[in-house]
Design a binder for this molecule. Structure first.
Ligand code: NAD
Ligand code: MG
Length: 389
């Protein structure tokens, strides 16, 4: 029996992981499932999969969780400390599916078991890539990417010499507003930006897809995971989301990874790695799809991309500031305090204001937390006098 833990079990990625685990319950012992506000889903899944422990990040919901689990034998816990305690329980495979920088510490703690960390929480790599990699190396743990593009790169690199990589390209759908006229973007409402043409994902990453802040994060993620310099990482708009990434080698050959836009592929690959097992994902029919399109992202429409290259070039704590500023800008947009197009301006202002503070030869968790808090404050401060609206 493989011991598995799922952080963010009630989210989009977490639920899809539980769908796969639930199809072979005799193979898995579920150590812990964690969630936040959706107590009903957390308790239902913990009972269905006979988890030992269910944790809600929301301290005030412990009573509700206990009630929902009454008589089931599943232990209930709540709060940040309980989340970290869940990460300390040994597991062979842990999925990090929390959204945001809140996922960093549980992931770091889980790496201490030396097992496999299936990493959907890209924010951990953006904020603290070198720290995650060092912790994995120290404990002999394996980080497997659970982002469709990075899983695709990982798969294209099996058996290849990393030194022979010439360029890695991750594809982008262009998001829910890709066909809007440029001058209409400022008026996009959160519910319009929160609709995706190809992928069914959580609300925050869906809006990040529309702004391409998600792709910006993924460029930094690719840099952190595969040790690639900025000039070897690119993105291209591919509206069909069938090709997830392309790796070009020194001989000019390109290995592209294709598949239906279904996260159960990347999750399932990480779950069964190094084996490949049948997965309940749609098989693509290229003749029916007919054509695959690719084009350059317009820098005026997607200013987040240039910011990502700036973060990679800056190094140090730039990723931590960038991620926190992006999270704060997204909060402001979702609260309707700023416009869609203001998000990139807020992030850029934070990067400008904090630049002298981002220098760091080696980063620690405390440094990341500190810069994260500062960046959120600076981001909120940028709208004090409503300079954008
Ligand atoms: P989601 O919003 O659907 O789910 C987030 C999960 O995190 C929920 O279980 C929620 O309870 C939990 N959570 C939220 N705030 C928390 C906190 N402060 N502390 C502890 N737990 C908290 O998000 P999602 O779309 O599943 O994305 C999860 C992660 O995976 C993100 O980092 C995202 O970028 C990444 N990702 C998602 C997809 C996708 O298809 N959804 C694809 C690639 C990568
Ligand atoms: Mg992705």
């Amino acid at each position: 029996m493989r011991r598995v833990t799922v952080f963010g079990a009630t989210g989009s990625v977490g639920a899809q992981a539980l769908d796969l685990i639930g199809r072979a319950t005799d193979e898995y012992e579920v150590v812990a499932l964690t969630g936040a506000s959706n107590i009903e889903a957390l308790a239902r899944e913990a009972i269905r999969l006979r988890a030992s422990l269910a944790v809600t990040a929301d301290e005030g919901r412990l009573g509700d969780l206990r009630d929902a689990l009454a008589g089931s034998g599943v232990e209930a816990a709540a709060g940040r400390a309980a989340l970290l305690e869940a990460a300390d329980r040994p597991a062979d495979w842990t999925l990090s599916g929390i959204v945001g920088a809140a996922g960093l510490e549980p992931g770091l703690r889980a790496l201490r078991h030396g097992g496999t960390l299936a990493l959907a929480n890209k924010e951990s790599l953006v904020c603290a890539g070198p720290l995650m990699r060092a912790e994995a190396a120290r404990h002999g743990a394996t980080i497997l990417p659970v982002d469709s593009e990075h899983s695709a790169i990982f798969q294209a690199l099996v058996g290849e010499d990393p030194a022979a990589i010439e360029k890695v390209t991750i594809t982008a759908s262009g998001g829910g507003l890709r066909d809007w006229p440029l001058d209409a973007l400022a008026d996009a409402m959160p519910e319009q930006a929160g609709t995706h043409p190809n992928w069914d994902m959580g609300q925050r990453i869906t809006i990040d897809s529309a702004s391409m802040f998600n792709k910006a994060m993924e460029l930094i993620e690719a840099h952190a995971l595969f040790d690639l310099p900025a000039d070897r990482i690119a993105t291209v708009i591919h509206p069909q989301s069938i090709v997830h990434a392309l790796v070009q080698f020194a001989d000019g050959g390109i290995i592209a990874h294709m598949g239906a836009p279904d996260m159960r592929h990347a999750i399932g690959y990480a779950l069964h790695w190094p084996d490949r097992r049948p997965l309940p994902v749609e098989r693509i029919d290229l003749a029916r799809i007919g054509r695959l399109d690719f084009h350059e992202p317009d820098p005026d429409r997607y200013p987040a991309i240039a910011l990502a290259y700036r973060v990679i070039a800056r190094g140090g704590l730039a990723g931590a500031a960038f991620n926190a500023a992006k999270e704060a800008a997204l909060d402001l947009f979702m609260a309707r305090d700023i416009r869609f197009t203001d998000m990139a301006r807020v992030v850029e202002s934070v990067m400008d204001a904090m630049d002298p503070r981002l220098e760091a030869a080696g980063i620690t968790l405390d440094m990341v937390h500190d810069i994260d808090a500062q960046a959120r404050e600076v981001a909120r401060g940028t709208i004090g006098g409503h300079p954008w609206t």
